[in-house]
Design a binder for this molecule. Structure first.
Ligand SMILES: [Zn+2]
Ligand SMILES: [Zn+2]
Length: 372
């Protein structure tokens, strides 16, 4: 039986997000009906509302989500009714060339995450403007949604989902950017530029990987304090100040890794990262900007002579099916902090306020608590 849901929708870039009542279809083959309990306010949804990232509209936003499976469609095997799940913003089919070689974050099924429909151009959410896409095939800013089973990662029933929700995007993306993409090793010097919801987890990842120096750079004092609380050894407002410190700390060898987790990637930030790493240094680009923007302008000969590496990282090169439970295990063991990341909770109706707070730099992570 189709049902109603309230959801946060973007109709037009540059306009506020609208709360709309939509219809949710029954789950089809391979699909599940999920009752979302919590959703994280990630920056990528904001990129859709501003138009910095182009998506098919109208779209129900939200790609960090945790909830309970209400109903499963025909042929579903990964989850069962009543399961607690954390959603993965990239599905993992398990069969494509990338999944089957341990590179689930670039699963072929992720090709339509900005179109927002399920396989077969299926739109389970409909409303006054016809078909509604769902951000990353999830639409976690909806009380209910129909999603593909390949987006579901079952988690222990005793895990607090209001914390576990963060492991759908922000935490693995940041943590993995340091551990997997930058390959931070014990004794390294790692620099994290931009300490938002992603960057703070890059700080945690670098520290856990054994970096001797974890240098956080952010213009906002509250972000620098949070970084120092969660594993940074030093924090600076500007890359210039950090450059001096890194030069001194490493006796001129410079950093082994720079992880760029700014809200909007610019060529200035890329250059800062490039200049702060030394020979064989890894520069990891995790933040986004307009898809057609050339935001890397670097002296290629220095790249060659110093063997520097520029690395694009998606979902922190994590494999959602194994790394989401693994990272939650680190949380359970006390080796990764989640509670400390959540700065504010909002109702669905307060979604615009939540993003205003994010833009004002008030939040490390804001969470929507769904009402049903
Ligand atoms: Zn995200
Ligand atoms: Zn795949």
């Amino acid at each position: 039986m189709p049902m109603k849901t309230r959801a946060a929708v973007v109709y037009e870039p540059g306009k506020p997000i609208v709360i709309e009542e939509l219809d949710v279809d029954d789950p089809g083959p391979g699909e599940v009906l999920i009752k979302f309990l919590y959703a994280g306010l990630c920056h990528s949804d904001l990129h859709i509302t501003t138009g910095d990232m182009q998506a098919r509209l109208p779209m129900v936003l939200g790609h960090e989500g945790a909830g309970v499976i209400e109903k499963v469609g025909p042929g579903v095997t990964r989850v069962a009714e009543g399961d607690h799940v954390v959603c993965s913003f990239i599905p993992s089919c398990g069969k494509c060339r990338y999944c089957s070689t341990g590179r689930q974050s670039i699963c072929d099924m992720g090709a339509t995450i900005l179109e927002g429909y399920l396989p077969g151009e299926r739109f389970p959410l409909t409303g006054p403007k016809g078909d509604y896409g769902a951000m990353c095939m999830l639409g976690t800013f909806s009380q209910y949604s129909v999603i593909h089973e390949n987006s579901c990662v079952p988690v222990d029933g005793d895990l607090p989902l209001d914390k576990a929700v963060l492991v759908g995007c922000g935490v693995p993306t940041g943590w993995g950017s340091a551990v997997n993409s930058a390959k931070v090793r014990p004794g390294d010097t790692a620099v994290v530029i931009g300490v938002g919801g992603i960057g703070i987890n890059a700080v945690q990842g670098a520290r856990y990987a054994g970096a001797k120096n974890v240098i956080a750079i952010d213009p906002l004092e509250n972000k620098r304090e949070k970084a120092l609380e969660l594993g940074a050894t030093h924090a600076f407002a500007t890359a210039g100040e950090a450059m001096e410190a890194v030069t001194e700390l490493t006796r001129g060898q410079m950093a082994d890794a720079a992880i760029l987790t700014v809200g909007l990637m610019t060529s200035e930030v890329v250059s800062e990262g490039f200049n702060i790493v030394g020979k064989d240094g890894n520069v990891v680009l995790t933040g986004l900007n307009k898809l057609d923007m050339d935001n890397i302008q670097l002296p290629g000969s220095i790249l060659t002579l110093f063997r520097k590496k520029i690395i694009g990282s998606l979902f922190g090169d994590c494999n959602p099916m194994t790394d989401i439970p693994r990272i939650l295990g680190l949380y359970q063991a006390g080796d990764l902090k989640l509670d400390e990341l959540i700065t504010q909770t909002y109702t669905l109706d307060e979604v615009n306020e939540g993003y205003a707070d994010l833009e004002a730099g008030k939040n490390v992570r804001g969470i929507i608590v769904h009402e049903h």
